[in-house]
Design a protein around this ligand. Sequence first.
Ligand SMILES: C[S@@+](CC[C@H](N)C(=O)[O-])C[C@H]1O[C@@H](n2cnc3c(N)ncnc32)[C@H](O)[C@@H]1O
Length: 298
Amino acid sequence: MIAPELSLRRRIARRLPAPLKILIKQVRYTVLPKGPGLPRPRNATNEYIVKTPSAENAISLFAGEWSSKLPGFESITGPTDLYDDHRVTWFNELAPFKDKTVLELGPLEAGHTRQMSQLGAKKVTAVEANSRAYLKCLIAKEIYGIERAEFLLGSFDKFLEDTPQDMRWDSIFACGVLYHSQDPLHLLDLISQHTDRVFIWTHFYDRAALKKSPDFSRRFSSETEYEVRGFKTTYYKQHYNANLFSKGFTGGVGRTSYWVTRDAIVGFLKHVGFSRIELGSVAPNHKNGPCFSLAAFR
Ligand SMILES: C[S@@+](CC[C@H](N)C(=O)[O-])C[C@H]1O[C@@H](n2cnc3c(N)ncnc32)[C@H](O)[C@@H]1O
């Protein structure tokens, strides 16, 4: 019976006077074995980096958590080319970023932010809810000197809900976020209230394609009929399951999210007034589920 013993120890420890608690910590720190590979008791000095200052030191704070391949640091960062992404260039051809304001939803590690800044965006406001991703964005901003970009820590849904409708951006860039949403059509509705030009890349629900994957029944559960602004569709509940425990998790704010079909996304955007829809690349057999990009204009 380990649990009662631990709780008794904790109960006793709580009653000890503060100076005695500090003394015990100091003694434990002194007598516990030290050396490479051995767990070190945490104390304030663990947070110090005493090597020569470098970008690598900052990147290593999130070792094993980078998804993006950071230019110049490929050997210590992730595999994905998010700093040189054809989706950003594709949208730029249709709706140039130059001298335009952009609201970016979920910047993750600032790769797209940097690309939009390099393409001359007047200002990129990037809203990121994951505090570790947010800190990675700040590290990237510092390393690359990303200009005219600001990173805000918090939920983009709340940000859009709380922003007055007369506050508008020339473009809203929503790459990799819709399928992580708790309410995707509401998110599209919020986006539509703040811009006339939107980029979306997202996975979408296609039962036949998704069913080919062996984890389909663990990943998708209930279906709910849903209506936003008089537009009816079905929400498909998606579970992150073990991904919630992965290092550098890149998903949404909940343990589940809702997916919708491609027709629902395109149909809803038309419903709220985006008369021109350009479809970009479609990947029906992507390993994480079918996905596509679109640019929508009023
Ligand atoms: C799959 S990643 C996509 C990152 C990047 N935009 C891309 O396309 O590669 C989703 C990002 O959105 C962030 N995110 C998800 N839901 C959010 C929310 N409600 N508010 C703010 N950020 C959110 C995640 O933390 C993550 O950084």
